[in-house]
Design a protein around this ligand. Structure first.
Ligand code: NOJ
Length: 744
């Protein structure tokens, strides 16, 4: 007992004697000088983008942050904050810089298709450089909402369906934005906390119901990974989750975020998300929304006008304590100190450098690596000096190929596929025929089909650039049908009818159900919206300067009726191996049995393309998985596999490590991604790839021993002993499993 007391006293003395972090000292000092009104003002973010006297007064009174102001305007308001507000606390300017500021990189879903963490980090670093020159020090990115529903328009903004891939991508993006100096460049804001991608029916802002175990296993880890990478902030989501809107969700925002994860960065509302709680129906008015939000420790109010209108009165009435406000203000000031705003509040507006050669080449590489080759009957890459017809609604749409969320791009700086092929013609590498008849992916007139087929007859090959206009994906752009819009399928049918080889390139913000279109063409590149340099990137891929290396970060369903569809599903009690399909059921025989398996009559249980899928211009042969040991106990084992490039072109293989826990106290998915690599393998050569697996990689959330299913909250994160399958495979549906066991 005496010993314990001694230990306790020593520990106390040790902690008390630690020198206080200088930033915390500065915060203490500043906070002690602030009035309640000034504290509340710091907790507000208002939308700028225009000059107004009202905004100026808010800034003079100590406004904490503005979104949507850029360049000169940020310096204009910052000067008022620094020179005319009582304490001169600088403001923090925020913006949705989602996949590039001026130079636009592929949409995040496309970035995920690169499986290239270094490149994604580099794109974020270059984005930070461009944004900072315009005064933007806080971006509302990365979005790490897992979504398994391509109807949801915001699937474009995330990293796809997989928790591991999204965690890695989100963390890489945070590292890129924030850098590694003690002064952060561009503060990241991981969003939307949490479950937003699960909206019922793929309809934006809709209700979500997520059991705690699934929340922890699938939806929370990418947030934790981004916070572990240092993200200075996190944003609430719009949805209600299990009946409680995120902005007021104490379980998420307090129990998990603040207590379990010990996070002291800034939790910002989404745009008016507290106000939205009135429509959600969990509070009567903005005053109550304010109370619920502050009690869930939402630090900053983005355009809700809730804290500014009601927080003071709630404190005066004793319903909220001033200490609650202090905690929030501390977090906000900490972020400002970490950004060095007190020393450098202004941006250098003169002579900013945008579209540097470094940025453009990273954007081109990202666009090249994000395109996924789905089909190739051998026509690609094009050889000799072909006569090419370039056509389709996305062939020359400088606006649309940039995709959703790019406020600051300049369309005229965007290089389209048509522009890139014109360049190749000038260089004498191809002969070019153009058809510019259609500009909108949704046009249905079919008026150009006669001209299209006439021109196609003069060409050796038709390059059809189709897909979706940018306005069809992103926030609030949800679709009930996932076909190619307009008359694009009719155009492909007409081209098929004249027998010309057709290469279809799809530029879209989501997976589309294009099985029938694919059957009509010779090759398909799925390129997402690829940004500023997508034109040259696609030309390089089509001409074989670069071999495709993108892999699908999300399952492509055959039909909307299969959604949600994802690779790491549970097996069900009745998986199918040999489904009897709709057309195989004889008509007129009443006794015919189709068995009792789990599948869709029209499609069986298979997607159009599985997660991780992607072809290249060579062929890879994966050898068996070799394990350094078949038992994991205290130490890790190494799984290796030899991959041989059996074709004639150098190319990048993307080996993916999957495991399956064969028996769990909570049923386990049929595969889980645990690692991936990109490996360049010259034609005819082999490379051995290795992955380390240890007990921690096998852990999952389940009910603690002795707790009945349904008991509340008693979860544990650990691995259960037993047998596992392991694959090193080219995608989530292929490969030969090896087996190992976990012993404890
Ligand atoms: C609403 C969106 O949900 C969020 O992602 C975005 O950052 C904010 N608006 C600010 O524009």
């Amino acid at each position: 007992m005496k010993n314990q007391l001694f230990l306790f006293v020593s520990l106390f003395v040790l902690v008390a004697c630690q020198p206080k972090d200088p930033i915390e000292k500065q915060i203490d000092d500043l906070l002690s000088q602030m009035t309640l009104e000034e504290k509340i003002a710091q907790m507000n973010q208002l939308s700028g983008g225009y000059y107004s006297e009202d905004l100026e007064s808010a800034v003079r009174a100590g406004l904490g942050s503005m979104l949507n102001s850029v360049g000169e305007e940020t310096n204009y308001y910052q000067r008022i904050a620094v020179e005319e507000s009582r304490l001169g606390i600088p403001m923090l300017f925020a913006r949705d810089v989602i996949h590039g500021y001026r130079t636009i990189y592929p949409i995040p879903l496309g970035q995920a298709a690169t499986f290239d963490l270094a490149l994604v980090e580099e794109a974020a670093r270059l984005t930070a450089q461009e944004s900072m020159q315009a005064g933007i020090r806080w971006t509302f990115s990365p979005m790490v909402d897992i979504s398994r529903d391509p109807r949801w328009g915001r699937v474009a903004e995330g990293y796809g369906e997989d928790t591991y891939l999204a965690s890695m991508m989100g963390a890489a993006t945070v590292r890129g934005y924030q850098g590694f100096d003690s002064i952060v460049q561009l503060a990241a804001c991981v969003k939307h906390f949490v479950g937003y991608g699960v909206s019922e029916g793929g309809r934006d802002y809709n209700t979500t119901w997520i059991p705690e175990i699934q929340l922890r296993e699938t939806y929370l880890p990418p947030f934790k990974a981004a916070l572990d990478a240092g993200s200075l902030s996190i944003m609430c989501s719009f949805n209600d989750i299990n009946g409680v809107p995120s902005s007021a969700n104490k379980h998420l925002n307090v129990n998990i975020l603040r207590h379990e994860w010990q996070y002291n960065g800034v939790l910002v509302s989404d745009y008016a998300s507290s106000q939205n709680m009135i429509a959600h129906g969990n509070c009567h008015d903005l005053r109550e929304a304010t109370l619920l939000s502050i009690n869930a420790q939402m630090d900053m109010d983005m355009e809700n006008h809730a804290y500014s209108n009601h927080l003071k009165e709630l404190i005066e009435e004793g319903l909220v304590k001033e200490q609650q406000v202090d905690v929030c203000v501390r977090n906000i000031l900490r972020m400002k100190y970490r950004l060095g705003l007190f020393d450098n509040p202004y941006c250098a507006v003169e002579n900013p450098v945008y579209y540097s050669s470094e940025s453009l080449s990273a954007a081109q590489r990202a666009a090249e690596e994000s395109a996924v080759l789905l089909k190739n009957n051998g026509i690609l890459p094009l050889s000799s000096t072909p006569t090419i017809l370039v056509c389709g609604p996305l062939a020359h749409s400088q606006h649309d190929q940039n995709g959703t969320w790019c406020f600051d791009k300049v369309d005229s700086a965007t290089v389209t596929p048509l522009m890139a092929f014109r360049e190749l013609e000038r260089a004498g590498k191809i002969r070019l025929i153009e058809q510019m008849g259609k500009h909108w992916s949704r046009e249905v007139s079919q008026s150009n089909i006669t001209q299209l087929t006439r021109l196609a007859r003069q060409a050796d090959v038709v390059l059809f650039f189709g897909g979706e206009e940018s306005i069809l994906s992103g926030e609030a752009r949800c679709r009930a049908h996932l076909n190619l819009p307009g008359d694009q399928s009719a155009q492909l049918r007409a081209l098929k009818a004249i027998g010309k080889p057709v290469v279809l390139t799809v530029m879209a913000g989501r997976p589309l159900c294009i099985g029938e279109d694919i059957n009509m063409v010779d090759a398909v590149l799925y390129a997402f919206h690829g940004g500023t340099m997508q034109g040259p990137a696609l030309a390089n891929l089509i001409m074989g300067v670069v071999s495709p290396s993108g892999r699908l970060p999300i399952t492509f369903p055959q039909a909307v009726g299969q959604i949600p569809m994802y690779y790491n599903k549970k097996n069900s009690g009745r998986p199918t191996s040999n489904p009897v399909l709709y057309d195989d059921i004889p008509v007129g025989i009443e006794q015919f049995s189709i068995g009792a398996d789990s599948y869709w009559l029209e499609y069986g249980d298979k997607p159009l393309y599985p997660f991780g899928y992607g072809l290249t211009y060579t062929t890879f042969e994966y050898g068996p998985v070799v394990l350094s040991d078949t038992i994991i106990d205290k130490s890790a084992i190494i799984a290796s596999c030899e991959i041989t490039n059996t074709g004639t072109m150098d190319a990048v293989a993307v080996p993916q490590l999957y495991i399956r826990d064969l028996v769990g106290s909570i049923t386990r998915p049929i595969r889980e991604l645990k690692g991936f690599q990109r490996v360049t393998i010259p034609a005819g050569e082999s490379r051995t790839v290795s992955f380390e697996i240890e007990e921690a990689d096998l852990a999952y959330w389940h009910l603690a021993q002795g707790v009945d299913l349904g008991a509340d909250g008693d979860y544990t994160f650990s691995a259960e002993p037993g047998d596992f399958h392991i694959w090193i495979a080219p995608n989530s549906a292929e490969g030969q499993a090896a087996r190992f066991a976990l012993k404890k």
